[in-house]
Design a binder for this molecule. Sequence first.
Ligand code: BDR
Ligand code: CA
Length: 306
Amino acid sequence: MRLWIDSDMGFDDLWAILTIGSLGIRIDGLSLVAGNAALPQVVRNACTAARAFDWDFPIFEGAESALLGGKVTAERILGATGIRSREKALDDKSTGCAQPGAFEAIREWIESRSGSILLALGPLTNIAAVVGASPELAKRIERVVWMGGSVRQGNHTPSAEFNAFVDPEAAATLLSAQVDMTIVDLEICRNVRFGESDVRHVSGMGGRNAALLADLARGYLDIGLERGRDSMAIYDPVAAVALARPGLFGFVESSVEIVLSGSKRGQTIVNAVLPGEKANAKIAVDADHEAIRRVCVDTLLREGKR
Ligand code: BDR
Ligand code: CA
C-alpha cells in the first residue's frame, strides 16, 4: 500500500502518523493544512516531530485558510501550539523540514500511480483544492479515509465536528466528487479511549522519546479530565487503524450531506442510501473498540521504547 497523509498536526495527528508507521505502512508524503493551529505553527509541529521521530518522507505546506478563506483554529482548547503538554513542548521553532507546494505535490503523487490512498486527519482543504481543480483525479484515488464529521453531536459546535466545521465546503467538494470516501466520525472515536494508566506505561518505556510522548499524551488527556472524565477519546489514530486494519470495523454505505449555512454549519447528516441512489461515503461503525485501542496504545509503547 502507498499512502499520503494530510494533517493539521495536533497530538492525535502525530499519534496517527506513528500508528501508520508502526503498522508497517510506508508513507510517501505528508501535506499540512491549517486547523488545530495556524499553518506556521502546524509546520513547526510537523518539523519538530519529524526530527524527534526520524521521519524520512517529504513534507509540504498546504492551505493556510479554508476554501472560502475562513481561519478557524482549535487554539481555544489546544493552546497556541495546537498541541497541549504538561511540561515539554513539541515546538522548538524548527521549520526547515517543509517545502511549499502541497497542492502540486499531492496532484503529482496521485497522477503518478493508480490506487492512491489518502489519510486525511484535518480539514479537507488541501485534498478538495486538488480534486476541485482537476476532477478527473477522483477516479485515480482508490480511497480517502477521513477523520471528520459526527453522526451525533459535534465537538466544536453542538452540531459540528471540528474538521468538518473548519472547512465544510471542502468536505462538500469531496462528497460530490465521486471519490471513494471512508468517514471515521467523532462518535466511533468517542468509544476508543485511553487514560493515565496507559500513559504511565509509555513513560516507563525508557526510549529517547518516552518522556516526550508521555507528556504530550497527558496534555491531550487533560482535555478529557477537565470535562470530568477519567479518559480521553482517541481521534485521528482511529482513522489510521480503519485504513490499515479495516477488519476491525464495520462500514455502512451512506449518503452524507454537510450543512453549509446557519447555526448548524459543518454538521454532517448521514442518510440511508435509497433504492436507485448512489452512496457517497462509507461510515465506520460497529468497531472492535478494545482491539483498536490496543493498536493505538501499543504504538505509543513501541515508540516510547525506541
Ligand atoms: C479532530 O479535530 C482535531 O482537533 C483533531 O486533531 C481531530 O482531527 C477531532 O474532532
Ligand atoms: Ca487532526
